[in-house]
Design a binder for this molecule. Sequence first.
Ligand code: FAD
Length: 397
Amino acid sequence: MRALVIGAGIAGPVTAMALQKAGLDVTVLEAHARTADDAGAFLTLAPNGLHALEVLDIDHHDLGGFDTTALQMRNARGRALTRLPMDAPGGGLHSQTVRRADLYTALRDEAGRRGIAVEHGRRLADVTPGRTGGVVATFEDGTRETGDMLVGADGIGSRTRQVLDPACPAPRYTGLLNTGGYATGVAVDAEPGVFTMVFGRRAFFAYLCRGPGEVWWFANIPRTAAATADELAAWTPATWRAELERLFADDRSPALELLAGTPRLLGPWNTRDLPKVPVWHRGPVGLVGDAAHAISPTSGQGASLAVEDGVLLARWVRDLGDPAAAFAAFEAQRRRRVERLVAQAKRTSNLKIPNPLSRAVRDRVVLPAVGRVATRTSRDWVTDFRVTWEERSAPAR
Ligand SMILES: Cc1cc2nc3c(=O)[nH]c(=O)nc-3n(C[C@H](O)[C@H](O)[C@H](O)COP(=O)(O)OP(=O)(O)OC[C@H]3O[C@@H](n4cnc5c(N)ncnc54)[C@H](O)[C@@H]3O)c2cc1C
């Protein structure tokens, strides 16, 4: 059976490797040229995502990231609000913080080493049924590929999703702009590998020490309406830097020093999610990763969910044989978990958009309560989720 996987971000190469493990012949087709990887932002892979990668014999040490063990939250005056573990309960894997570009590259290279073709410069335009079953994918350059199944791993702006359901709701703006950078030569008072998150007076600031003098940071700026492309383009590096300095001027955090130690600012860009994608699949065509359930970056779960998806879909294909049945079973298994998480992430993201009243409730009640609940003894339905390969998938009801 031949599978076409559209997109070589995170879900794409992982799904391809998992389908290969299930016995399929797989080709990955990516819109961008190889050199167009986003060299900017970073993300955190949680234990649930790392365990799913282990199913494919991918060791997190090969991903280019570093251990991230906890996160601590502070208010604008520097008062500690709560501290949450970021590792698996009872020890085990630590979350990994990694540049997106490094993660993409590691996964694509690994897929290539396993003999999976990853073709760049192939932007999907349309998908139609094949004459004798299967699918025909047409690309913007007029080329075509045929396969027995097609997996849309083409991200939040998925073309596959539009083909499956032209009426699908557009991604939702979450009310925050995102920005960030890599500071060097700045000494901050923080344990390496522990995120410090500061709910500032005007905006949210988070930083993480990678090693001596090397600090990775991001900031979320509340903004009622999404910035238009023209508005985003109007920020020059100098005006954006001045704006961030203004926003963080009155907070007790190292934001200003870190800004000064950052040669190049990343962003700003709008953060978006997809609370509900009504159609995940039709026949032998279906979605995985952000294409099906983009989640606010606040969750730290988008990449991990994409990895879980790839392995679980492949398991259904292995066990049911028929792609259409596999996509249906996969949706029945996944939809509840991912939509619950997207909704939870949006609520957490809203805590970053404060008014004075909600700020007091958040700092005195909500965040300390979150910290109390997140103890090592309690099972966490998000990060303790385990994908296995040996388990046989029962047919979906
Ligand atoms: C700033 C930021 C911070 C984040 N932080 C975290 C975090 O801490 N933890 C976490 O888990 N997640 C985080 N995320 C989310 C995470 O990056 C995504 O959830 C994850 O990348 C989803 O993987 P994906 O493969 O589904 O989509 P993507 O990574 O977006 O990959 C989609 C791929 O499809 C390609 N493509 C698109 N259209 C086409 C087409 N028509 N034809 C062919 N190819 C196409 C794209 O070029 C891309 O390579 C963050 C996201 C952002 C933006």
